[in-house]
Design a protein around this ligand. Sequence first.
Ligand SMILES: [Zn+2]
Length: 1100
Amino acid sequence: MGVRSNSGFYLSRKLVTFMVILLSALLLTVAVLGSFYARCGHTSPQQWENPGAARLVQQQQIQKEKHVVQNSVTRAPETWTGTKRPIWSWDNSRPPTTRFWNHLSQSTSGPLDHWRLFTSGPWGHISSSTSEPPSTLEPWDDLTLSTSEPQDYPTSSTLDSRDNLTLSTSEPQDHTTPSTLEPRDNLTLSTSQPQLYPISEPWNYPRLPSDLVPLHYDLELWPSLRPDRIEKSKEFFSGRLNLTVRCISPTSRVLLHSLRLSYESVKVLGPLPDGLREDGEQRPVGQVAVNRLWEVQEMEYVVLELMETLEPGRRYVLQFNYSGLVNQEDKAGLFINLYYDQKKYRALIASQMEPTYARAVFPSFDEPAMKATFSITLVHHPVYAAISNMPVIGKSEREDTDGSKWTVTSFETTPLMSTYLTAFAVCDYNFVNRTERGKEVRIWAQKDAIANGYADYALTIAGPIFSLLEDLLNSSYPLPKMELIGFPMFDHQAMENWGLIMFDDFMLLQKKNDYPERKNIILSTVAHEIAHQWFGNIVTMKWWNDIWLNEGFASYFELELSKRLDPQIMKDQFFYDNYMTHVLSEDTALHLRTVSTVVKNYTHINEIKALFDKYVYLKGACMVRMLSKFLGENLFISGLQSYFKTFAFSNTVQDDLWNQFQMVVDNQSEVVLPASIKSIMDGWTHQSGYPIITLDVSTGKITQEPFYLAEDTNQKTSTYNKIWTVPIHWTKNGIVQPVAWIENSSKVFPEMQLSDSEHDWVVLNLNASGYYRVNYDQLGWKKLSLLLQKDPKAITTTDRLKLFDDAFMLSWNNYIELETALELTKYLAKEDDISVWSTVLKNLVIKEFVFDMDNYDIYPLLKNYLLKRFTLVWNIYSSRIRENISAINNDNTILQPLKIAFERICWLGLEDCLQLSKEIFKEWMNHSDSIKDIMCFGVAMGSDKEWDFLLSVYEKSTDIEERFSLLYAMSCSKEPWILHRYLKYALSTSLFTDDEKYVFQIVGLSEIGRFVVKDFLIKNWQPVKERLGLDFFSTLVNIIARGISTDAEVQELQQFFGNMQEDIERTALFNQLERRKNKNLEKAKRISRIANWLKENMND
Ligand SMILES: [Zn+2]
C-alpha cells in the first residue's frame, strides 16, 4: 500500500502544496525582510522436502478442484433468486450509512484498548454488565502468540530465542460445542445472539480457526449505481458468493470474517464428490443444513452453526446471498467518488481492501495467508466500465425486477492470492494503453484527463518498470494484464491490488504546467506499486507483523527502479536526504517500534493500520539497502531470485527471506560474513534504534552504543546493552578498504589507527551504506576538518553530506561539542554541491533563532560567515537557473536542496538571490498558468481587494491542490484585521469547512499571525472550542508559545490558556509550556555558542 499517512513520507497534498508555495513564501520573505534589513520471511514446522514442488502439486490440485467445484456449483440448487435484489430484511436498527463506518476509524492503542474490545462484545448484554476483562482473557492479550495457520500453508515462527516469549502453536482452547447449542427446528437464519458461551469460543479469538481453508471464491457483486439516479442508487450493493472450502478438522461451526453485511440466505453444499462416477457423470452434491447464522460484530465474524459436522479432507461450498453498504465517506471496502467530468456530475464505485476491508465486501477468510483463487463477476449499469484484477472473459445482459437492463461482466480466474488484494471498479472512464511483452497495460482516468494527455506519462513508465522487475527478479509477472486507475479522491495515495493498481489522481496524472515534483512523485509511486506486484502480491507476508517485507522492499525498489529508468533522479545522497535521515533523526533505542514485530493478534483494524509507518517504509528500505551493500548487488539479487522462485503464490515470514540469502551466501566464498544473515539482520529488524559507532583513531578502537536523543538521557539505562552486528564500509586515505564488522560493544582495528601525519585519515560508513551514525575522537574529527579544507572532493558528496548530518545530530544530542561540528564548515567556500550546503544551512539558519529568541546578533554573524563562503556554489546554480530553469525543475537531486538553500540564502540577504527572485517572479507574471505561484506575494503586498479576489477563486475551485495553495496564500496578508477576518470566516462560516484547523495553523505560523491568533482566541475561545475541538488545543498552544523563554512568559500564557481549560488540564498545560521554555532556553544557549564561534572564526 502506498499509504504513508502515518509516516508522512508520501507527500501529502498539504505537504506538496507547501513545497509548491515554498518559492512564493520565499518571495514574500524577500519582500518583507528586504524592507527591514534590506536583506531572507523457511517452512520450519512442516518441512517440505522440496517446498517448490510441494506447492506446485498443491496448486495443480487446487486448479483441478476448482474445475470440479465450478461444475458442481452450476448443478447445485440455485440460491440466487433470479434477478431479485436482496433487501434489508432483518436489521432495522442499522444506523445511517455514514455512522455505519465510524467504528472503523475509532482509535485504539495499547493493551488497554485491547481488552476493552474484548469486553465490549461480541454480545451486547455482556458489554453492558461487565466492566472488567474476564481473567481468562489475560494470557491472550499480548504475550500468547499463536502461529496456528491453515495446514495447507506451511508455517514458521518469526520469533527467535531472545524474544523470551511464550510461543503457542495451538488454538487457545478447544472449540467444544456448548450444550446450549441444541439445534432448533426450522431455524435457518438468525441475527439474534446466542446465549452466553465460555470466553474460549472461537469467535472470541481474533484469528480464524484452522478448521477450514478457502480454495476458491466465486463472487458476484452488484452495485446499484446508475448514472440517471446517482443520489438514489449509490448506497448499497448486493452480493452472491459461492465459496469452496476444504475441511481440515471436524467442525460444525463455520467462522468467516464479515463486516456489516446483511445475509438473505445461506447454504452449505457438500461434501463435494471427489472425481466422477463410473458412468462419467458428476456425483450429486449433498447439502448440510444450517441451523443458525449469527454475527459477532465486535470481532467482525459471521458464524454458521451446522446441523452436521463437516468431514476432514472434504470440500464444501458455502453459498451466500447478502447485501452491503457502499461507503459514502471513507475510502474503504466499496466506496464511492462523486466528481465532475466532461461537464457532468458523475459517480464511480471502487474498492480498497487493505488491510481488512474485504470482509466488508464479501464474507471471507480475510487474513493474508488464507490465499485462494477468485472468479469475479460485476453487474453494473451498461454505461459503466467494469474492471477487476483479471481480464474480462465475457459479458451478458440481465434484467432487474423493475425492467432495467444491467450488464454482467465476468473476469478470468485469478492465481492464488490474498483477499486484501482483490479489486473492483465500476466507472465512466476512458483509458490509454500499450503492450509490454505481449501484455496490455492500461491507464484509466476521467475522460477529460485522458483527452488532455494527463495519463500519458504514467503509460510511458509503467510497462518498462514491469519489464525491469521481471528481469531483475527473474520472475514473470503472472497476470495477463496490468491496469492502473486514478480516482479523484482515494485517501490512500495508492494501492497495489494485483492487476488493478489504484491511485489518487494526484499520484498518477500529470497535468500540463504541473509542479515539477509531480513527475517524480508519479514515477516513484508507480514504481513502488509495481514493485508490490512481486513484494506482497506474488509473495505475501504471513501476517501483518512482517508488513515490512512488502513495504520496505517496495520503498527500496521505488528508487532503484526510478534510478534505472531515469538515472538523474536518484543518487546515494538522494536516498539519504529523502529516506534515511527522516527516520534516523527520531529512531532511538527507547522506541518500542521495530521494523518487524512479534506476531500479535490484532483485534482492531487500527492496530494493523498503525503498522504502516515510517519504520516499515523508510527504516525497512534502509534495512534492504544495507543488506544489498554488504552482500553486494549480485548476491543480493540472487537471494531475491531464489526467494521468488521458492515462495511464489505463498506466504513468508522474515526468516524465509534470511534463509534464501543464507543459501546464496553459503554457495560462494567471495563474501564472508561474521555471522549468519539471520543473526545479523534480526538485530536490526527486531531492535529499535541504531548504534553510534565511535572510532578512536589513535588506537583503532571502535565502540558501539545505542543512540539516544538528548531529552532521553535519564531513561536509557534499560536499553544501553543493545548490540548490533554492524557492517562498516570504510576508506583510508582515499582507498576503499574491505568491509569491517563489529559484533560486540568494542573491537580494535589496528588498520584504522592513524598517525599524526595530515595525510592520514579515515571515513567510516561510506555512502551511508549502514543504518547508523559515526563519531570520531577529537583527532579523527580534526583530521576530517583539515581534509575538507585541503581537498573536499577526497570524499564523495554523500559522505560529506552524512558527515555534516552526523556531526550536527551528535552535537545537538550532546555526543560531541557543537564547535566540533562547526569546525567542519570552515572549508565551505570550496563546496560546490548544493545538497551538502542544504544540510549545513538546515542546521544553522533557523529563522526562529532570530525572531522568536530575540537574538538578533547572530543574524549578521551568520550572514557574514555563510555568504562569503556561498559564492562558488551560488555562481554555479544561479547561472543554471538563469540559463534553463526547467532543467533544474526536472532534476530531483538538485531541486529540493536548492529550494532549501535558496530560501535561507535569500533570507540572509544575498543580493543576487534577491535579484534572481525578482527575475523569476517577473517571468511568472508573464505566464498566466503560473498565477497561483505568485498568490502569496500578491496578498502580502496587497489589501483586502486581493484577498477577496482569492476567496472568490477559492470558492469556485474544485482542484484540491489549488484550494490549499489559496488557503495558504490568504494567510500571507500583513494586515492584522484581514487575518483576523480570515479566522472569523473559518470559525463562523462554512467557507472553509474541513480546513478550519489548517487556516488557524497557517495564520499562526507567520510572525504577525501568531499575535492575531492569540488575540482571536481571547475573544472567541468558546466558539473555537466548539468548532475545532479540544484536541486542537495543544496545537494552538504550540503555535502561540513558540518563542517563550522566560518564567514570566510561561505565567502569562498559563493564565491565558488556563482560563480555557479545566483544572486537571492545567497541569498538562503548565508542563507543555515549561517544556517549550526549556527547549527554547537550550536553543538560546546553543545560539550563543554558535555566535561566539562565528565571531572567533569569521575570517578563517
Ligand atoms: Zn506500499
